[in-house]
Design a protein around this ligand. Structure first.
Ligand code: TXA
Ligand code: MG
Length: 338
């Protein structure tokens, strides 16, 4: 049976997109969509993005499609951009998490495109990882995360973008950035001719379920530390008997922390984004007690990667506090890395 036939029959298919792998089901089949939530262990009030083959299908899903949405779609679809719009009444509550909006994306990956074209309808798909974990950027990651739970995993190689899509809401009066990603605020603002509000500045009612601080986290405690602090904290941790992995961004930090577990990351945000989840996954699977991540530049091009790194470093699980407490003792900082 082809992947599209499986979807038609109510199956769940993991597929590559240019951002991360998605776990897809027919967005119009509630039973199939329910399976996505159960496979991921995801709370049902977290809405799913509806993936379409092309922009012309949007009216079936969105009630009102403002001119601004058409302009963004024209420029950035197919691509790593999700647009949140007022939903049409035919979209299932299960897909929207009960919200009156729906997130829509037209992915560019050729395998996703072929699947969407053959299937014809909308594919509801979150990232193909267990809830709260790092998104998969290779088919093997999906297999590691979900085992045999999906009916099929399509292998499309490494995801080129490497982190999830930019999400912009055009459902309210002002455009709101719900999640930074591969398409920058500046690029969006240029097309919109309007200023975009950041999520934290927006009315809490507009906030996106699923924008938890602790999303995208490895299981190993991770901390973001500045270049200046890194060598001292590293030495304290080693002295305390910990097996420490370090993601360095500068050569200075990398030279100061010579260690087998020291990874020198790419110097530009696009390449950093492309490899970050694979590297976090490898470090997580290895026997490290702590991951120290060198803080990234506070500049606009780094916004999306900085966002994911901050989330990776948030403790969302009390189980992690024992190592966190020790980190506190040896560094004098609290275990959220603040
Ligand atoms: O790159 C991506 O966006 C990937 C690929 C597979 O397309 N998908 C993805 O889906 O990252 P997911 O479910 O892991 O993250 C989507 C985020 C969630 O935080 C969800 O709450 C938010 O988008 N979202 C979806 N629909 C929304 C809506 N109507 N309003 C606000 N937030 C929404
Ligand atoms: Mg996700």
């Amino acid at each position: 049976m082809s992947a599209a036939d499986l979807l038609q029959a109510g199956g769940v298919v993991a597929f590559p997109t240019e951002t991360v792998y998605g776990l897809g089901a027919d967005a119009e089949n509630d039973e199939a969509v329910r399976r996505i939530f159960s496979i991921k262990g995801r709370p049902v009030d977290h809405p799913l993005i509806v993936h379409l083959a092309e922009m012309s299908l949007i009216n079936r899903w969105a009630r009102a499609v403002p001119d601004s949405a058409l302009r963004l779609a024209e420029c950035f679809w197919p691509g790593p951009l999700t647009i949140v719009l007022q939903r049409s009444s035919r979209v299932s509550d299960l897909v929207t998490g009960g919200l009156d909006t729906v997130g829509i994306r037209v992915p560019a990956h050729p395998v996703a495109q072929a699947l969407l074209r053959e299937f014809g309808g909308g594919i509801a798909a979150p990232s193909a990882n267990r809830f709260g974990r790092i998104s998969p950027t290779r088919a093997e990651h999906v297999q590691e995360e979900l085992g045999a739970a999906p009916d099929l995993i399509l292998d499309g190689g490494n995801c080129q973008v490497g982190i999830e899509s930019t999400i912009i809401s055009l459902a309210a009066e002002r455009p709101i950035l719900l999640r930074p990603g591969g398409i920058s605020i500046a690029e969006l603002e240029e097309v919109l001719g309007d200023e975009i509000i950041l999520l934290r500045q927006a009315d809490p009612a507009q906030r996106s379920p699923g924008s938890h601080a602790s999303h995208y986290a490895p299981q190993t405690p991770a901390f973001v530390v500045s270049m200046d602090e890194l060598p001292t904290i590293f030495r304290c941790q080693v002295k305390a008997g910990y097996n420490v992995a370090i993601l360095c961004f500068t050569e200075t930090a990398s030279e100061a922390c010579s260690s087998l577990g020291c990874v020198l990351m790419p110097k530009d945000p696009d390449n950093y984004a492309r490899v970050i989840y694979t590297i976090l996954r490898l470090l997580d699977a290895a026997d490290y007690d702590v991951i120290l991540i060198e803080a990234l530049p506070e500049t606009e091009p780094w916004r999306a990667v900085r966002d994911r790194i901050q989330r990776a470093a948030q403790l969302h699980d009390k189980k992690r506090t024992s190592k966190g407490e020790n980190y506190e003792k040896t560094t004098g900082r609290n275990f959220n890395g603040k």
